[in-house]
Design a protein around this ligand. Structure first.
Ligand SMILES: [Zn+2]
Length: 363
């Protein structure tokens, strides 16, 4: 975030300092910066302390030049250390009483204007295809983060076997439509979120046409052919979309398809298919695969949904960079291997070759 000279800023509450083996560490996490030069870190500590209350850049420089007695070059270096790591935030950014205040700090951590991020989320509408293990967790994270409207599409009813991972459903909800129960639970958690249940199974492209336009669509349902159908619809309508799922014990998300900008689902093959020209073998494979039942597991659902929804928030809110742009990512839960498939745009893709960038491009 480029600082305005006349804007009062304050030391971000997420900044801590530590000292180890002669080195001062400014900030924790990905913004941590080691400072070895004692003259530099002594001035840095004094300046960081000065910024515990809001100051303009000019006031800070006067402090360094005056009471600190720091020479011009070092004063600028010290200022830059604080500014470059997003250690200073606009004074109005953080109100601890605000319900979104902790998220606000998270957005500021990546250098975004946190107030604008929250406004963008409030103005966003997301359609969720699938309200099960992943969809329900994505939904509650978006709702509580302040996304303005969620359209919840699912034809299924709550079953006893769902309760190991679809935590918003209770035993008392068994037999009730998932979309309706989920909408009720989201409203309980954030009355500002407009949660709209659609108890309907998306069977063809026409069903997709009847859904409201949205800023992003998330697919976490496993109906055969659904992802290809959604991809064609989204590229045609200029709707960004993201798939989140699991492949047995691998948590998978992406690619985040931004039509006209990134690769789409059809630019590269992501999944295996039956051999062509081999009807007998294809029939055998179909018989084996027809009896497949996913070993769906709570922690793996949480892993896939949490990483996918972080990308959704990044995209909608405009902070950081989504991890699944132009790639499909998998975390192998048994050994934490990170797996990825490239999803760059193919200029000859039959689905997205003619797609033009959205008005905002990658938001
Ligand atoms: Zn494509």
């Amino acid at each position: 975030m480029e600082p305005r000279l006349d804007e009062p800023r304050v030391l971000a509450p997420y900044v801590r300092v530590g000292f180890q083996d002669g080195t001062l560490f400014l900030g924790f996490g990905s913004i941590r910066r080691p400072v070895h030069d004692r003259a530099l870190w002594e001035s840095l500590l004094r300046l960081a302390d000065h910024f515990r209350t809001p100051r303009t850049r000019a006031e800070a420089r006067s402090f360094l030049d005056g009471p600190c007695g720091v020479d011009v070059d070092r004063a600028e270096a010290v200022m830059r250390l604080l500014e470059d790591g997003n250690h200073l935030i606009p004074a109005h950014t953080y109100d601890p009483a605000d319900r979104y205040s902790r998220h606000t700090l998270f957005y500021a951590l990546s250098g975004a204007d946190a107030v604008k991020v929250q406004l963008r989320l409030a103005r966003s509408r997301v359609v969720l295809l699938g309200c099960g293990g992943i969809g329900s967790l994505v939904a509650v994270t978006l709702a509580t983060a302040g996304v303005g409207e969620l359209v919840l599409v699912d034809a299924d009813q709550v079953e006893p076997s769902n309760l190991t991972r679809q935590f918003l459903f209770t035993e008392a909800d068994i037999g009730r439509p998932k979309a309706e129960v989920l909408a009720r639970e989201l409203r309980r958690r954030n009355h500002d979120c407009r949660a709209r249940p659609v108890v309907h199974e998306v069977g063809d492209g026409e069903d997709l046409e009847h859904l409201p336009a949205c800023d992003l669509l998330v697919v976490s349902a496993d109906s055969p052919g659904l992802t290809g159908m959604v991809n064609a619809h989204c590229v045609r309508s200029g709707t960004p979309w993201l798939n989140a799922c699991y492949v047995n014990d691998i948590a998978v998300w992406g690619p985040l398809v931004v039509p006209g900008t990134t690769g789409c689902w059809d630019c590269r093959p992501f999944t295996a298919h039956a051999p062509e020209g081999e009807p007998e073998l294809a029939g055998l494979m179909a018989r084996i695969n027809d009896r497949y039942q996913a070993p769906s597991n709570g922690p793996v659902n949480m892993l896939a949904s949490s990483l996918a929804v972080l990308d959704v928030l990044r995209y909608l809110g405009g902070f950081g960079t989504p991890s699944s742009l132009n790639r499909r990512v998998g975390v192998w839960s048994h050994d934490l291997t990170l797996d990825e498939q490239g999803a760059e745009r193919d200029p000859a893709c039959p689905t997205c070759a003619d797609a033009v960038p959205l008005c905002e491009g990658v938001r």
